[in-house]
Write a new protein. Structure first.
Length: 245
C-alpha cells in the first residue's frame, strides 16, 4: 500500500512539474510576443503583468522533474544502459555484475543525497527550522534567496537530497526484486498506454520501399509473401496488374 502511494506520488509530481512548466513557458512567450504590439489598452494591460519570474520558476520545476524522473526511470527500467558485454556472460556471472551495478548506483545516489542534505541544512534549512521552533540558531545563517521569486534557496536545493534518496531506494528495490526473481524492470518503448493490442502484425504498404535487403526495414512490419516472378514484373506492388501503374 505504501509503495503504491509512493509510486503514484512519484508519477504525479513528474507529470505536474513538466506540465505546469510547459504551460508557464507558453504563457510567458505569448505574453512577451503580444506586448510588442502597439494595441491601445491591450499593450498597457500586458505590460502591467509581471512575468519575469516565469523563467526562474520553470528552471526550478524542470530540476525537480529531472530528479524525481530519474528515480522513476530506475523503477521502470527506462534508463539507457550498455549491456553488450554483460549479455554474453554466463547467467551466474551476469547476475553478479548486475547486482554490483545496482548496488553501485545505490551507493552513489546515497552519497549524493547525504552531501545534498548536508548542504541544504547548512544553507538555510537549519536556521529556518530552529527559528521556527524558537531555539537558538547558533552559527547557522538565514541563507540566500532566489533572484526573482525570492524563495529560500534551501527549498529549491531540497530536490537534490529528496530525489537522490528516492533514486537510492529505487536501486535497492530493483536489487531486491532481481535477487528474488532474476528479472529487471523493462519498459517497452513501442507500447502506448490506452491502445489495445489485437495481436495482428500490420502489412507494410510502402510502395516506394526497396526490397533488396540493403536498406533498413521497420521490424514491426512484414511484407506480404511473393515469388521472384512477382518481383520482376511488379505484380506484388500493383495488385497483380503486371507492373502497370
Amino acid at each position: 500500500m505504501v509503495l503504491k502511494l509512493l509510486d503514484r506520488l512519484e508519477e504525479v509530481l513528474v507529470a505536474f512539474f513538466i506540465g505546469a512548466a510547459t504551460v508557464i513557458i507558453f504563457v510567458a512567450v505569448v505574453h512577451r510576443y503580444l506586448s510588442g504590439f502597439e494595441i491601445p489598452g491591450l499593450q498597457d494591460m500586458l505590460l502591467d503583468i509581471n512575468l519575469g519570474w516565469a523563467q526562474e520558476l520553470c528552471i526550478i520545476m524542470f530540476v525537480w522533474m529531472a530528479k524525481f524522473g530519474a528515480a522513476y526511470g530506475v523503477r521502470t527500467g527506462i534508463h539507457v544502459g550498455v549491456d553488450v558485454l554483460i549479455n554474453h556472460l554466463s547467467d551466474a556471472v551476469r547476475q553478479k555484475f548486475i547486482i554490483f551495478g545496482l548496488l553501485a548506483g545505490a551507493l552513489f545516489t546515497g552519497i549524493i543525497g547525504t552531501l545534498g542534505a548536508h548542504f541544504v541544512w547548512e544553507n538555510g534549512m537549519a536556521y529556518a527550522v530552529l527559528s521556527t521552533l524558537g531555539a537558538d540558531t547558533g552559527h547557522f545563517f538565514e541563507g540566500p534567496v532566489t533572484p526573482d521569486l525570492e524563495w529560500p534557496t534551501w527549498i529549491v536545493y531540497s530536490a537534490i537530497p529528496l530525489g537522490s534518496y528516492l533514486m537510492c531506494f529505487r536501486f535497492l528495490q530493483v536489487t531486491a526484486s532481481f535477487w528474488r526473481t532474476g528479472e529487471l524492470p523493462h519498459h517497452d518503448h513501442g507500447h502506448v498506454d490506452g491502445i489495445d493490442e489485437e495481436g495482428h502484425v500490420p502489412v507494410d504498404v510502402n510502395y516506394f520501399e526497396m526490397d533488396d535487403d540493403l536498406h533498413p526495414h521497420d521490424l514491426k512490419h512484414k511484407h506480404p509473401p511473393y515469388d521472384s516472378d512477382d518481383k520482376r514484373n511488379g505484380s506484388h506492388r500493383n495488385g497483380g496488374q503486371g507492373g502497370k501503374p
